[in-house]
Write a protein that binds this ligand. Structure first.
Ligand SMILES: [Zn+2]
Length: 329
């Protein structure tokens, strides 16, 4: 907690820190420590910084153009940053950054994801910065992909040292995010029910406004959960190709499937090679992991759909069915 306090302290001139050695002891990745070091020394190549060096023609924020692009602007006041903190249920008054210090000092447990503030915050700032760079490069204004960020923090925590018992719990309301650029996002899921034959797969395609473009469920046969997920993935890809859908992102909570694309197990190698070739056909859309909460529409299609199906034919849905209405909206 103290390092976070110092981190934010150092951003704002109200309390001046001269000793930044704490950064080198922060429990995070080396590149993020270096990034923090640049932040606290005000050397991050923001537009404001580059303008002072006569490298850019304007010091304004290249994304919102509402004011000078300073470090506090990027991390607190830019609409992208506001959206980021808002979706994590953290309200930050843009005109009073000291409020953050009070918030951090309050040590308020937010929700139930097992992350430490000291670990989460450097990653969060780093991802806001990466996202800013990506937006500037692609000339778009995509939100920070929070599920990706959380996965990175968890990955780091679990691969470094065990969590302490007294960690501060943070609760994130994980949700579905629209695709970051043009094109559709498709979410898929499979459901395996060892007590019945109601296994199923579900796929939903949505556009950048979150509108339903297409979806389907299928009562399907399979040997385990992974097999169902893989079938959902494959059927979704095939539908995208047959309907000529422009897919820019694919998302699922089926982490096994994402891992399998790198290291195909012998059992499903045929299905996986079909998926790989379909992905190439779709010009390799980005594949992302999201938590189950962000993949719940596809999950509901995979679990509820098969209970309503009498045959093994695909049930194509031009719009969300009534039993999905509440979840979808
Ligand atoms: Zn901005």
């Amino acid at each position: 907690m103290s390092s976070v306090y110092k981190l934010f302290n150092s951003y704002f001139p109200l309390t001046i820190q001269n000793d930044y050695n704490w950064i080198w002891y922060t429990h995070t990745l080396g590149k993020i420590r270096f990034f923090l070091w640049l932040c606290v020394h005000n050397c991050l190549p923001t537009n404001s910084y580059l303008f002072r060096l006569n490298i850019t023609s304007s010091g304004n924020c290249p994304i919102c153009n509402s004011e000078e692009e300073t470090i506090p602007h990027i991390f607190l006041r830019c609409p992208i940053a506001i959206e980021f903190w808002t979706s994590l249920n953290i309200s930050i008054p843009s005109d009073h950054p000291q409020w953050i210090l009070h918030f951090l000092q309050s040590n308020q447990p937010l929700e139930n994801r097992h992350l430490t503030w000291t670990c989460f915050l450097p990653f969060a700032l780093w991802h806001i910065w990466l996202n800013r760079n990506n937006n500037v490069f692609k000339q778009c204004s995509s939100p920070v992909p929070i599920p990706n960020l959380i996965s990175r923090v968890l990955e780091f925590l679990f691969s470094t040292k065990p969590l302490k018992k007294d960690i501060t719990k943070i609760n994130f309301s994980v949700k579905w995010f629209p695709p970051s650029c043009t094109g559709l996002k498709f979410n898929f899921d499979g459901a395996f029910n060892s007590n019945s034959l109601n296994h199923g797969i579900g796929v939903v395609f949505r556009d950048s406004a979150g509108n339903w473009s297409a979806g389907f469920f299928n009562k399907a046969k399979g040997i385990n959960a992974c097999h169902m997920e893989l079938q959902a993935f494959h059927e979704g890809l095939m539908l995208a190709i047959s309907k000529n859908l422009s897919v820019s992102e694919i998302e699922t909570d089926a982490i096994d499937i994402i891992n399998m694309l790198d290291q195909p197990p012998p059992l499903f190698s045929n299905l996986l090679s079909l998926c790989r070739s379909a992905l190439r056909n779709l010009e390799n859309p980005q594949i992302r992991y999201n938590f189950r909460e962000g993949n719940k529409v596809a999950h509901k299609l995979a679990t509820e759909g098969p209970k309503r199906a009498t045959t093994y034919d695909m049930v194509f849905l031009m719009e969300p069915p009534p039993w999905l209405f509440e979840l979808f909206h």
